[in-house]
Design a binder for this molecule. Structure first.
Ligand SMILES: O=C(O)CCC(=O)C(=O)O
Ligand SMILES: [Fe+2]
Length: 369
């Protein structure tokens, strides 16, 4: 039950951060206890496991990722993102900066826009490599539709707990409205020079969007839990997706829903020498949604904002502007030094969050390097 076929197990001697397990079917059925659990996780750590979500297509999305990354670089580059407004497609290794010193990443990604999947065979943004287009109809469409359906159930449950009208969040995340939502496949090669804290594969960050829905198989993702200094691994479990709240929901909810810091380091133990693959769906608000706390729709949110005057919950930036700005800020071609790197962040920029990162120490990682 604890193992993924063909992959070494997550080592038993590595400390992990336990996540609350939320049962999707119970939330869907309106089970109050389960909804309380979901709300507790979303306002506490901001991360939770989700079981019984039924999104079996995820396995095939891993195959799309593997087939795409196996193509010659020249072929992949035909579909490359190129910065500016062009944020979807293939992202080559080295395109992004991973820390304030300007070091670049070793990660390849394929980002397929939700808008393109839903409109297929019409194109809204761009074309994609064959492994993705061949499976648009039978894999990517149901993958996206089901994920959005599950997320809507979660958003409706969270809305009610936040004192909002039930559809206040889901109506800002409609399947057929333009947004920067997307399917993401990530390939991380084994790190040849061994693990070091200097070399987080994916730097400490909070996600820009609303809900990140990850199907992880190997360890590597770590969270910095509130009030702690030690980064801790989240252990992937078969049949359980890992979900987290992003900055957009944090802002809309006046900070009540937590968009927690996380990062990716090489997988621990025997997993270390394996390629690491992630499949995820990144749900973000519709393009024209202003990222301002919904104070007029919920007294609870209005109260939370009033109690936290140091933070700005009225960005007056739209969800699209917010995503595009943050996407571009981490591109190496836009790197202009430490201060500029910091200025482009999201909630990572809040003083308390930055202080937590600066004070943090890495997990003790027994690696086989
Ligand atoms: O690969 C992972 O487990 C997490 C990736 C991540 O944090 C992201 O894509 O925002
Ligand atoms: Fe992330």
């Amino acid at each position: 039950m604890d193992c993924f076929p063909g992959l070494p197990p997550f080592p038993e001697d590595v400390v992990t951060h336990p996540l609350v397990v939320v049962d999707y079917l119970k939330v869907k059925a309106g089970d109050e206890e389960e909804i309380d659990k979901l709300y507790g996780a979303a306002t506490g750590l901001g991360f939770w496991y989700l079981k019984n979500h039924g999104i079996d297509e995820a396995n095939e999305v891993f195959v799309i990722g593997a087939e795409t990354m196996a193509l010659p670089l020249e072929e992949k580059m035909k579909y490359a993102e190129s910065g500016g407004e062009k944020v979807f497609g293939y992202k080559a290794a080295g395109v992004c900066v991973i820390d304030e010193k300007g070091n670049t990443d070793i990660i390849e990604m394929l980002n397929v826009a939700k808008d393109d999947v839903v409109a297929w065979p019409q194109q809204v943004h761009q074309d994609y490599p064959r492994p993705a287009t061949d499976k648009m109809d039978n894999i990517l469409k149901p993958f996206v539709q089901k994920t959005v359906e599950v997320n809507h159930v979660l958003l409706d449950a969270l809305s009610v707990k936040l004192g909002l009208p039930k559809d206040a969040l889901s109506r800002r995340h409609r399947l057929d409205a333009s947004s920067t939502c997307g399917v993401r496949c990530i390939k991380t090669p084994p790190e040849p020079e061994g693990w070091s804290e200097e070399k987080a594969l994916f730097a400490a960050h909070s996600d820009y969007g609303s809900i990140t829905f990850l199907h992880n198989r190997l360890g590597g993702m770590q969270v910095l839990a509130p009030g702690t200094k030690q980064w801790q691994y989240v252990k992937p479990l078969p049949g359980h997706a890992i979900l987290n709240v992003g900055d957009s929901l944090n802002l809309l909810s006046g900070g009540l829903l937590r968009s927690n810091l996380h990062r990716v380091v090489p997988p621990p133990g025997e997993q270390f020498s394996h390629e690491r693959w992630t499949v995820g769906y990144f749900m973000r608000p519709e393009n024209d949604v202003p990222l301002n706390a919904l104070v007029d729709e919920s007294p609870l949110i209005a109260e939370a904002v009033a109690k936290n005057p140091e933070r700005n919950f009225i960005t007056n930036e739209t969800a699209r502007e917010w995503s595009i700005r943050r996407f571009n800020n981490i591109r190496a071609t836009n790197y202009k030094g430490k201060e500029n790197w910091k200025a482009g962040g999201g909630t990572e920029n809040y003083k308390a969050v930055r202080e937590a990162v600066d004070a943090s120490v890495g997990a003790t990682v027994p690696v086989n390097a």
